[in-house]
Write a protein that binds this ligand. Structure first.
Ligand SMILES: [Zn+2]
Length: 209
């Protein structure tokens, strides 16, 4: 059974990332990266409390990211997805050791029994799915997020997926800007901080003019 369709719902941190660049890694990979980032940011080590605390939170995440072909989810799925989240964070934190990161990505993708397959579901253009037809949700996410990270690593761009630069924020972000100018994550707190800093900068500039 599919989860109810929620195509109109958008993530809380409404991503400005689409407008920041034409597709750097391909739209499908970038979609998967955004899903991976939101998943990672539910972890206690990224946000302080577990934002994937119950099944409802998992269903919510899956719906907001329009993960296709998802059956009825159980507590087991929740545990498996939390485990995947830990592995994805480990990959991102290996930015200084790309060999080890690559090895972990290979493990994640192989463990998911990834099976590349062209699909045109829901009247979308042909695109590649990596998850096996009988994949669990965790395997599905592992295949898609793992392959997206594989693309990023093979392009030598793993440092674009990194922790927020704010001292008191451990969120993960994806920097798709051409000049790698993104420093802070899209959380409300860091977004506000950015606005305040820009405001102070403008006042300083005006005062010294
Ligand atoms: Zn942040």
């Amino acid at each position: 059974m599919r989860q109810p369709d929620s195509r109109t719902l958008k993530p809380d941190h409404s991503p400005g990332w689409r407008s920041q660049s034409t597709s750097m890694f391909g739209h499908d990979a970038e979609d998967a990266l955004m899903t991976a980032v939101e998943l990672m940011n539910t972890a206690p080590s990224a946000g302080g409390n577990d934002a994937l605390g119950d099944l409802a939170a998992l269903v919510d995440l899956v719906e907001r990211h329009e993960v296709s072909a998802v059956g009825r989810l159980t507590e087991r799925d929740l545990l498996q997805v939390r485990e995947l989240r830990t592995r994805l964070l480990a990959i991102v934190d290996l930015v200084e050791q790309p060999d080890a990161a690559a090895e972990l990505v290979n493990e994640v993708v192989a463990g998911a029994r990834a099976t590349p397959r062209l699909s045109d579901h829901d009247a979308r253009h042909w695109h590649v799915h990596y998850f096996a037809l009988d994949a669990t949700l965790a395997e599905h996410l592992a295949a898609d997020c793992g392959m997206a990270l594989a693309r990023v690593i093979s392009d030598g761009e793993l440092d674009r997926v990194r922790r927020c630069a704010a001292d008191d924020c451990d969120h993960v972000l994806v920097d798709l800007s051409r000049n790698r100018s993104k420093r802070y994550c899209d959380s409300r707190r860091c977004g506000n901080r950015l606005h305040v800093a820009a405001y102070r900068e403008r006042r300083r500039a005006a005062a010294s003019a």
